[in-house]
Ligand binder design. Structure first.
Ligand code: NAP
Length: 253
């Protein structure tokens, strides 16, 4: 039996990734504040939802415990983890954001993915289960964007975390695949939030509005399908690497 843990499965990219696993008869345990009624209705017993606010430390610990119990109880031979849940706010220039907003952001974008992978590797190595962990990152990790200092920093942290966890598992002789996936620009609520920010806080506002107007945002389904193609070519996956949607599409054509 195979399981996939997908955080942020209630909408956007996480929902599309969860559905791709479900169509391949891989059981999904989704984690977000709101459940996904559509996935529950369509896939019934193959889909479980754990309600959890990842910005709350005690809910995070409890949520991870519940998820781990669920994915290990049926003696699985493989567990996927997709650390997808993420927020972009605060979109604000340095000097103008609030401490609680930064803390919340870091809990969701950095602490939660770190702790999910931490617990998964412990269980997997103790019980001899193979795993693949995918941390959803962003191009913003590698370049500075006006107004996105917090987001760029959290995604840069995730890239380095991915690389280090992969290095450690490799040095320990473990065969887990741990990598990051940068999905390009995706037509989700996060893009709506970006387009509704103030120009004083985000200088590229017009550029992002134009991406939507010109139909240049990728659909979550396309982005999820490219990830699945990569997972299907499992032996070629390089642990520690940041895979980028545009490179993966280019290499195919
Ligand atoms: N959209 C883009 O253009 C883009 C580009 C590059 C990278 N990404 C990355 O892709 C990932 C998915 O983003 P998206 O565009 O699909 O975003 P989205 O549509 O805003 O969805 C965010 C997901 O994260 C969950 N989430 C947010 N806050 C949470 C919290 N406190 N506790 C638990 N879950 C929480 C949400 O679920 P609930 O609200 O139900 O909790 C939702 O399922 C993120 O890591 C993002 O940084 C997106």
């Amino acid at each position: 039996m195979q399981y996939a843990i997908v955080t942020g499965d209630s909408r956007g990219l996480g929902e599309a990734i969860a559905e791709q696993f479900l169509t391949k008869s891989i059981h999904v345990v989704g984690v977000s504040r709101h459940s996904n009624r559509e996935l529950a209705e369509k896939y019934g017993g193959s889909y479980t939802h754990v309600a959890c606010d990842l910005s709350d430390p005690s809910q995070l610990e409890e949520g991870i415990e519940q998820v781990m119990k669920r994915v290990t109880r049926d003696d699985p031979h493989f567990i996927y983890l997709v650390n997808n849940a993420g927020v972009i706010e605060p979109i604000e220039t340095v000097g103008n954001f609030q401490s609680q907003d930064v803390s919340k952001h870091m809990m969701i974008n950095v602490t939660a993915p770190m702790m999910f992978l931490n617990h998964l590797l412990k269980e997997a190595n103790d019980q001899g289960i193979k795993t693949a962990a995918i941390n959803i990152t962003s191009g913003a990790a590698e370049r500075s964007v006006h107004g996105w200092s917090v987001y760029s920093s959290s995604k840069a942290a995730i890239n380095r975390f991915t690389e280090t966890a992969a290095l450690e598992q490799d040095m320990a002789g473990k065969e887990h695949k741990i990598f990051a996936y940068s999905p390009g620009v995706v037509d989700t609520d996060m893009q709506k939030e970006i387009r509704s920010s103030k120009e004083s806080a985000f200088a590229d506002l017009d550029k992002f509005k134009a991406l939507k107007e010109k139909g240049n945002l990728n659909s979550p389904r396309t982005v999820a399908a490219v990830l699945m193609d990569l997972l299907n070519d499992f032996s070629s996956i390089e642990s520690g690497k940041v895979y980028k949607l545009y490179d993966l599409i280019e290499n195919k054509t």
